[in-house]
Design a protein around this ligand. Structure first.
Ligand SMILES: Nc1ncnc2c1ncn2[C@@H]1O[C@H](COP(=O)(O)OP(=O)(O)OP(=O)(O)O)[C@@H](O)[C@H]1O
Length: 306
């Protein structure tokens, strides 16, 4: 990575006190640079600390060791440069759709005139397909519509970084697909840098440029970073027709089913937390595995040892 990353996760750990003056280490020694405009998904089993990592990126939690640098500065708390979309939308129930989004815009640009604030809010309400519903209150909206408001609210402040914690998991399959399409289009069109947690392998394949695989916790680590071999211009309905699709999907599922546990219990030989293996699954009989400064092509079986 020659360009300076927008986000640099540098050796972070999170520990909590445990009974008997012990300490539980949820994860440790996580290193990850994220480029401007990149869409990164994190996958791992429940309890490996994904939400904790996202909260640290948001500035809502602090690491026990290490730090996160954004645009050259260590994160020391929440900032309007980083917008978060949670699974539950947390809208203000007494405000309309327009009111909810305008509230965020006003907090970002408090000196802006009311008309300009509303114009910005309307632009993003339109962008997420809610034009015409500006005057509705959250109680009058479906789950998918509420999540759209949450997305419009997060994007309307034009954050440097969009953080999403399983934003579509509570939605029905049809709505989830439509919202994935919209978020993907908006992120590509605006060059939005995004970090997202998901449990859904297909969602990660569709949305992510890179997929970060966490070993199981406690003591979780980044096992591997998977580069998405599918073209950036991809469509959800045609994903499975791409020659690399099944190699990628099988690689991720194999990781979740077996390797996430075995790699926690027995890290791969020579595993360097600063430079976790980078894997690019492909339909060819070989996987390209690189570590920064040390490119190598390993046969599939060898790559799986990592
Ligand atoms: N305040 C706390 N005190 C002690 N342990 C905590 C605290 N907050 C979180 N944990 C523990 O940290 C671990 C990681 O939690 P986290 O929510 O980050 O995991 P996750 O990977 O996002 O899980 P899930 O996929 O289920 O959302 C869990 O085992 C949780 O019990």
């Amino acid at each position: 990575m020659t360009e300076k990353p927008l986000i640099s996760i540098e050796g972070i750990a999170r520990r909590y006190p445990a009974p008997g003056r012990q300490t539980t280490t949820i994860f440790e020694n996580l290193w990850l640079p994220i480029r401007r405009g990149e869409f990164v998904c994190m996958i791992g089993h429940s309890g490996c600390g994904k939400t904790t990592v996202l909260n640290i990126l948001a500035g809502l939690d602090a690491p026990s060791d290490g730090e996160v640098i954004v645009d050259g500065k260590a994160i020391s708390g929440p900032s309007l440069d980083r917008a978060v979309i949670f699974q539950s939308h947390a809208l203000l129930p007494w405000r309309t759709v327009l009111g909810n989004v305008a509230f965020a815009v006003k907090s970002r640009w408090p000196k802006r005139a009311k008309e300009a604030i509303e114009e910005q809010a309307r632009r993003f309400i339109e962008l997420v397909g809610l034009g015409g519903s500006e005057r509705k209150r959250p109680a009058e909206l479906s789950g998918g519509m509420k999540q759209r408001v949450g997305i419009a609210r997060a994007l309307s402040i034009e954050p440097k970084i969009l953080l999403m914690d399983e934003p579509f998991s509570a939605l029905d399959a049809l709505t989830r697909g439509t919202l994935q399409d919209e978020v993907r289009r908006i992120c590509l069109d605006t060059g939005q840098t995004t970090f997202m947690i998901t449990h859904d392998v297909d969602e990660a394949i569709y949305l992510a440029d890179r997929i970060v695989l966490m070993t199981n916790g406690p003591g979780a680590r980044i096992a591997e970073i998977v580069e998405n071999p599918l073209p950036r211009e991809r469509s959800r309905i045609d994903l499975h027709r791409h020659p690399h699709y099944y190699a990628l999907r099988n690689h991720l599922i194999d990781f979740l089913v077996t390797r996430s546990r075995t790699l926690r219990d027995q890290p791969a030989d020579g595993h360097d937390p600063r430079h976790p293996p980078v894997v690019r699954p492909s339909a060819a009989p070989e996987l390209v595995v690189t570590t920064p400064g040390d490119a190598a092509t390993l046969p599939l079986a060898a790559a799986h040892k990592h």
